[in-house]
Ligand binder design. Structure first.
Ligand SMILES: Nc1ncnc2c1ncn2[C@@H]1O[C@H](COP(=O)(O)OP(=O)(O)OP(=O)(O)O)[C@@H](O)[C@H]1O
Ligand SMILES: [Mg+2]
Length: 256
């Protein structure tokens, strides 16, 4: 089943159009990757899905329903979660306070669900449970990435929008993050994943959408991607494509 669809979505700021007609469809339970160079419109695409940058034309469908004109809050209430670029945890608040803010919608709907939701997040992220009273700003980048993912999951969303989660993380922290995202996927949550780190992204996604200046120029299941296609459609050189190539062959060799 298709959970999310964008039909010819345009968006921009003032006189500037950034998205020139984004079309993509995301199957329930899958991870859709969005790849492109700096400024290609990846984050704006995420914001058009989440509603913080409204589509000027075109349609956003969620569970088959047209949500193009819904506020961001209503989209969250319908089951969208966000892990924004830069993670945006509140550095002066504790881990638990960050999670509580993330659960705003859940608590408003039904206060009784917050406790169990917090417990289930703590079960999934023991490091956050251990550090529940620690100020978020004093945690490592990898721990903050986990917190940002956990904060999105606490509302028990059906879809999460994850924007460049690996940025600035050490190789070890990236491996841990990859595991976290894989577990999220295995739990049935659908994901749109934006990554500059294409090798990292390709190790997770089922389908890749390659973006250039506000247009999806190529869409393919990860099993049908190759170095040349990536280099052509992303405008990246062969050196970088070499790194993505090994990620691709790793994907082809195993299901995960
Ligand atoms: N609030 C804004 N006001 C004006 N222009 C904006 C705004 N946000 C984004 N843009 C412009 O929209 C274009 C796409 O931005 P976007 O943030 O989506 O890029 P991106 O693909 O996410 O890049 P990066 O990999 O650097 O995060 C850029 O030219 C950017 O300057
Ligand atoms: Mg961005």
């Amino acid at each position: 089943m298709t959970l999310l669809e964008l039909h010819d979505v345009t968006a921009g700021f003032g006189a500037v159009t950034v998205l020139h007609g984004i079309t993509m469809s995301v199957a329930e339970g899958s991870i859709a990757g969005v790849f492109g160079l700096n400024g290609a419109g990846k984050s704006v695409t995420m914001k058009a899905i989440g509603g913080t940058v409204p589509a000027r034309s075109g349609q956003v469908l969620f569970e088959g329903e047209d949500i193009t004109r819904l506020s961001p809050e209503k989209r969250v209430a319908r089951g969208m979660g966000h892990v924004p670029q830069g993670r945006q945890v509140f550095p002066q608040l504790t881990v638990e306070e960050n999670l509580r803010l993330g659960a705003y919608t859940l608590r408003r709907k039904d206060k009784g669900r917050y406790g169990p939701a917090l417990d289930s997040v703590f079960d999934r992220f023991p490091v956050l449970k251990q550090r529940r009273q620690q100020l978020a700003g004093t945690m490592s980048g990898g721990q903050q990435a986990s917190l940002a993912v956990a904060r999105a999951l606490i509302n028990q969303p059906r879809l999460i929008l994850v924007d460049e989660p690996s940025a600035g993380l050490s190789p070890v922290a990236q491996l841990e993050l990859r595991e976290v995202l894989q577990v999220v996927k295995d739990s049935g949550v659908t994901m749109v994943l934006v990554e500059q780190n294409i090798a990292f992204g390709l190790s997770l996604v089922d389908t890749a959408h390659l973006l250039q200046t506000g247009v999806v120029v190529h869409t393919a299941p990860v099993s049908e991607l190759d170095d040349d296609t990536l280099a052509t459609h992303l405008g990246i050189g062969k050196v970088l494509a070499g790194a993505t190539g090994s990620a691709l062959s790793a994907r082809k060799g195993s299901k995960r």
